[in-house]
Design a protein around this ligand. Structure first.
Ligand code: SPD
Length: 340
C-alpha cells in the first residue's frame, strides 16, 4: 500500500511542479483593467505579470537595459519607429494574429511601421486641458496659452512627458509640435520656462488623482484620465485647446529578448477580440482602434466627447511623430526646463 502511494505521488509530481507559463506585460499605468488580464489567464492558464511605466523614455531605457525580459510593451507611434531603428523589437508572426482584420484600415500602415510588421495599435487618444469647474470657469479656458494666466499660478498640473510639454509651448507660439528647428524649440522652451515656476504638480503616472483630490485646478491631461475623473466628479471638465490638442496612438510590440513571444502573440490576439477591445476602451476611457469593437461600445462611451473626440475638436490637433536626429534638441531644451 505504502509503495503504491509513493508510485502515484511520483507520477503526479511533474503535474504539480510544472512552472506556470508567464507573459511579462510592460504598459502605461491606468491602461488595463485587471478583469481583462484575469479572463485571459482563466482561458489560457497563462499568468500575466503586469508592470507599468510613466513615459516612453522610461520604457525605452528599460528595454535597452540588458536585464529586460518583457514580452509585450506599448510604445507610442513615435517610439515604434525608434525601437525599429534601434533593432529593439522583433517582427510579429501575423499568422498568429488573425484579429488584425478587426482594426480600422486607416490606423494601420502608418509611416512609423508601414506594413505593421512590428506593431499592433492598442488605443489612441488626445491630450488637452482639464479644469475643475468648481474653481475655474471652463468658459474662460480655450487655449494652451491660457495656462500662463496669473490667476492659475500654483494650481497647475503638467504631464511629465517631454514631447507633450514641448507640444504645448510650440503650439502656443504657432509652431508645429513636430518642429525640427532648434530656434523654434528654444523659443518654446523659453516660454514654458515662464510657466514652470507656477506648476504645482508634474505627474504622468496618476495625473487625474491630483484633480480629484483638489490639489490642482487646471492643467494638461490625457483624455482617458479626464474621462475617468469626470465620471467620478463631473466638475472635472476636458477642453480641446484651440491651438490644437496632442494626438497619439499606443501600440503593442514584442521586444527583442522576450522570453515568451508565443504567449505575447496569444495575449495580443486576445486583446484584438472585439468584446475585449470594447471592455478595454470602456474601462480606461481611451478610443479603440478596433472597428469591430466600435459597434459593441456602450453608447454612453461612444458618444462621450472626452473618450471619442468629435471631428471638430481635432481640427488643429497634431499627431506626434518621430523627429529623428532633432530629438537631441528636444532633449537639450527639456533638460534645461526640468533642471536635469
Ligand atoms: N495612463 C495611460 C497614458 C497613455 C499615454 N499615451 C501616450 C502618450 C504619448 N505621449
Amino acid at each position: 500500500m505504502r509503495r503504491l502511494l509513493l508510485v502515484s505521488l511520483f507520477l503526479t509530481l511533474p503535474y504539480f511542479t510544472q512552472a506556470q507559463e508567464v507573459v511579462n506585460f510592460y504598459n502605461w499605468s491606468d491602461y488595463m483593467p485587471q478583469a481583462i488580464l484575469d479572463q485571459f489567464t482563466q482561458e489560457t492558464g497563462i499568468q500575466v505579470v503586469y508592470t507599468t511605466y510613466e513615459s516612453n523614455e522610461e520604457m525605452y531605457d528599460t528595454l535597452k537595459g540588458l536585464q529586460s525580459r518583457y514580452d509585450i510593451a506599448v510604445p507610442s507611434t513615435y517610439f515604434v519607429s525608434r525601437l525599429i531603428r534601434d533593432k529593439m523589437i522583433q517582427p510579429l508572426d501575423k499568422k498568429k494574429l488573425p484579429g488584425l482584420r478587426n482594426l480600422y484600415r486607416a490606423l494601420l500602415g502608418k509611416s512609423a511601421d508601414p506594413a505593421n510588421k512590428y506593431s499592433v495599435p492598442y488605443l489612441w487618444g488626445t491630450t488637452g486641458i482639464a479644469v475643475d469647474a468648481k474653481k475655474i470657469n471652463p468658459a474662460k479656458v480655450k487655449r494652451w496659452s491660457d495656462l500662463w494666466a496669473k490667476e492659475y499660478r500654483g494650481k497647475i498640473l503638467m504631464i511629465d512627458d517631454m514631447r507633450e510639454v514641448m507640444h504645448v509651448g510650440l503650439r502656443a507660439l504657432g509652431y508645429s509640435s513636430n518642429s525640427l528647428e532648434p530656434r523654434e524649440l528654444r523659443a518654446a522652451a523659453q516660454m514654458l520656462g515662464k510657466l514652470t515656476p507656477h506648476v504645482k504638480v508634474w505627474d504622468s503616472e496618476t495625473p487625474k488623482d491630483h484633480f480629484l483630490s483638489g490639489e490642482v485646478a487646471i492643467g494638461m491631461l490625457w483624455n482617458g484620465e479626464a474621462y475617468l475623473a469626470n465620471k467620478q466628479n463631473p466638475n472635472i471638465q476636458y477642453i480641446y485647446p484651440e491651438e490644437g490638442a496632442v494626438m497619439w496612438m499606443d501600440n503593442m510590440v514584442i521586444p527583442v529578448g522576450a522570453q515568451n513571444p508565443d504567449g505575447a502573440h496569444k495575449l495580443m490576439e486576445f486583446l484584438l477580440r472585439p468584446e475585449v477591445a470594447k471592455a478595454l476602451s470602456e474601462g480606461v476611457g481611451y478610443a479603440t482602434p478596433n472597428k469591430a469593437a466600435m459597434k459593441l461600445l456602450d453608447p454612453d462611451v461612444r458618444n462621450n466627447p472626452i473618450a471619442y473626440p468629435p471631428e471638430v475638436a481635432l481640427e488643429n490637433a497634431e499627431f506626434t511623430y518621430d523627429v529623428g536626429d532633432a530629438l537631441q534638441y528636444y532633449e537639450r531644451e527639456w533638460a534645461k526646463l526640468r533642471g536635469e
